[in-house]
Design a protein around this ligand. Structure first.
Ligand SMILES: *Cc1c(COP(=O)(O)O)cnc(C)c1O
Length: 374
């Protein structure tokens, strides 16, 4: 039995590593009296847009809100179809339903687990309005292919980038080839605040203006309203995020270094390892292996005190109650999504892991592989 216990997140360690800066930023907000739509939000929006090399970023209440507010801002609603994948976090499709549109699922590429861009065109109908690629596990979807199809058919592209802040393609940045990119800052994401948060990142001035209104009761200025909602990123979270954003590249580099260690150690095992597209910067929001004996591996690791979780064990079209809202459509088979749901296991992956913990994970996985019958 390994003596080292390994958790799945390093939130408290991360805080301790930048405690002075975080505490100072929080105190500044407390002393300023500006908690909502204040200067710290403005600063973070400027910081995030600069980081993404886009014109604008608008802070909202969550990644889910970022998605459906982006749909609303682009005029996507009832009667419209939105193409995405079903092997993603539920919120990707949920946001389509919240907007009142119909989700259309195509399968993923079994190697990258991202949307199979070869399947998109067959899913397009006169009702199709947009494509939503997800940069799953921290690796960019093939945005060049997505953007080309969108241009040819006059569709919007909204990136679900809840998992890949800091990732890049070989010859494109995230946020560069879309109408809007949606980020989530819930604590377990690579850039996480101390609660819920999200943002819409875009080069489009019209989208920016609409999201700014929609998130604040449809109010462009005091006492003037059109229909909107309440979905703002508060200044405490924004202040925390500005501090953390400065560390993000370093943290992502650390994730990549641990992933390289895992790759090397697991090369000879029976596991299917994460596939990194050549030239892409995969930032390993999650390090996901696949095996037909997933439950056995998970139980084995957990018994050794190593936390391994599943992302995501049930594809969206197999969730109870599916389909919601305006319904959904499946184009072709979703075989790879279903197979992946049955096989995926996420190993501990966060920048604050110690060398000893990484070693414990490696030893656990290798020991299971030796003991289990393949
Ligand atoms: C986390 C996540 C979301 C939702 O973000 P929240 O901030 O939790 O609302 C959407 N899509 C994907 C792929 C996610 O991982």
């Amino acid at each position: 039995m390994a003596s080292v216990k390994v958790g799945f997140y390093g939130h408290v360690r991360q805080y301790h590593g930048i405690k002075n800066e975080i505490d100072t930023a929080i105190h500044e907000v407390l002393e300023s009296g500006s908690f909502v739509m204040g200067p710290k939000l403005k600063q973070f929006e400027a910081d995030l847009a600069a980081y993404c090399n886009t014109k604008e970023a608008v802070g909202v209440n969550s990644g889910t809100d970022a998605l459906w507010l982006a749909f609303m801002a682009l005029g996507i609603g009832p009667g419209d179809e939105v193409i995405t994948t079903s092997n993603t976090f539920f919120a990707t499709a949920e946001a389509i339903w919240i907007a009142g549109a119909t989700a259309v699922f195509v399968d993923c590429d079994p190697k990258t687990c991202n949307i199979d861009t070869n399947l998109i065109e067959a899913a397009i109908t006169p009702k199709t309005k947009a494509i939503v690629p997800v940069h799953l596990y921290g690796q960019a979807a093939n945005m060049r292919a997505v953007a080309e199809i969108a241009k040819k058919h006059g569709l919007f592209v909204i990136e679900d980038n809840a998992q890949g802040m800091g990732a890049r393609g070989a010859d494109f940045a995230l946020g560069e080839l879309s109408d809007a990119m949606c980020a989530s800052f819930i604590i377990q994401k690579n850039l996480g605040c101390f609660g819920d948060g999200g943002a819409v990142v875009t080069n489009r001035a019209d989208v920016t203006e609409r999201i700014r209104k929609l998130r604040n009761h449809g109010s462009p200025k005091r006492s003037h309203h059109s229909m909107g909602y309440n979905s703002r990123l508060d200044d405490l979270q924004a202040a925390v995020l500005s501090v953390k954003l400065k560390q993000l590249d370093k943290w992502n580099d650390q994730r990549r270094a641990f992933a390289a260690q895992y790759d090397k150690a697991f090369k000879g095992t029976s596991l299917k390892l994460p596939y990194a597209v050549p030239g892409y910067r995969h930032i390993y929001h999650l390090y996901v292996v696949e095996t037909e004996q997933r439950d056995s591996l998970q139980a084995y690791l957990n018994a050794r005190g190593i936390t391994a979780l599943t992302h995501y064990p049930i594809a969206i079209h197999q969730q109870e109650g599916y389909p919601w809202g305006q319904g959904a459509r499946i184009v072709g088979s979703l075989k790879h999504s279903e197979v992946s749901a049955a096989r995926v296991l996420s190993l501990p992956m966060f920048p604050e892991l110690t060398g000893e913990e990484v070693q414990a994970v490696i030893e656990g996985v290798v020991a299971w592989d030796k003991e289990s019958k393949h």
